[in-house]
Design a protein around this ligand. Structure first.
Ligand SMILES: [Fe+2]
Length: 295
């Protein structure tokens, strides 16, 4: 991992921000940003049954947060609102799947410190996303670690619960291309009896290899669910470059959940509300999860 700024990606991202966020907002007399920040953050709770989920962690509640994009579209007050909502969910473990920041990483310390303060007895885990690397990926990872969050850079760790067998949690560092995601997933996972139980990856493409190996559950973000979707069909959306763009996917008993994220990179979401996801995971036969509650 190396500091990536200054580089073309950062410059392009700044230009994109100037056009689609500040420029568009100016054209509309400041209403675009204002309306975007009024969008209610929803908590989506899902009961998920997965055949090879470890019995010792049956019923675990995982708080999944992704794509915060700290910046103009995610000011500090909205960060605090997000984490207050997450705090009410009584989760056992918190997974953050990348893009803590939108552009500059200044101020990310507040987010990580507040995230680490949300009770989660089995810990707080994070992988980095493409936006985290625009300014200074090392600084983002360092701030997370200093706050007490476990940063997973192509590695797997074990988390001890009350039972004998620990939970194996792995994390894929940011990669754009499918072959790179595949290689990283192979690197993280050990032998067949030492696979991750839970894999975090900013890019949902990691699921292709994770499912082939038999990893029970992968959590991802990155797509934002296209931010604009057809009403009632979150998987039919503007993220046309992504086949795995929103919600649940199952392959041979392995499950992927792609959260549409709580933040945004342009100030508009249509039929794709800002989301905090809570997954209550059990060992059992797969069936399409039912959303329990939206608040
Ligand atoms: Fe993102």
């Amino acid at each position: 991992m190396s500091k990536s700024r200054p580089n073309g990606k950062f410059t392009r991202a700044r230009l994109r921000h100037a056009l689609f966020t500040r420029g568009a907002d100016k054209l509309l007399g400041g209403r675009l940003l204002e309306r975007h920040l009024e969008d209610q953050i929803e908590v989506h709770t899902h009961d998920v049954s997965i055949p090879n989920w470890p019995e010792e962690f049956d019923g675990i509640r995982i708080g999944h947060l992704t794509d915060l994009h700290l910046g103009d579209l995610m000011p500090r007050a909205r960060v605090d609102e997000t984490l207050a909502l997450l705090s009410e969910q009584d989760v056992d473990l918190i997974a953050f799947t990348g893009d803590a920041v939108d552009l500059e990483c200044a101020g990310v310390e507040h987010f990580f410190e507040s995230l680490a303060a949300v009770p989660a007895p089995l810990g707080h885990y994070l992988v980095l996303g493409n936006h985290d690397y625009l300014d200074d990926g090392e600084a983002v990872a360092r701030a997370a670690r200093e706050a007490g969050i476990t940063v997973l850079l192509d590695e797997m760790i074990t988390v001890q619960g009350e039972g004998e067998r620990p939970l194996r949690v792995g994390g894929v560092d940011w990669a754009k291309r499918l072959p790179d995601c595949t290689e990283k997933v192979q690197l993280i996972n050990g032998d067949e009896d030492q696979l991750c139980d839970l894999l975090l990856s900013h890019n949902p493409k990691s699921f292709i290899e994770a499912a082939r190996l038999g990893v029970p559950l992968t959590l991802a973000g990155h797509t934002h669910g296209g931010q604009v979707a057809i009403k009632g069909r979150p998987d039919r959306n503007l993220a046309v470059a992504h086949r795995l763009s929103a919600g649940f996917y199952e392959r041979s008993g392995s499950v992927l959940f792609v959260s549409t994220g709580v933040g945004a990179w342009f100030p508009l979401r249509v039929h794709c509300p800002p989301e905090i996801a809570v997954l209550e995971v059990r060992r059992g036969d797969w069936s399409d999860p039912i959303e329990d509650a939206v608040n």
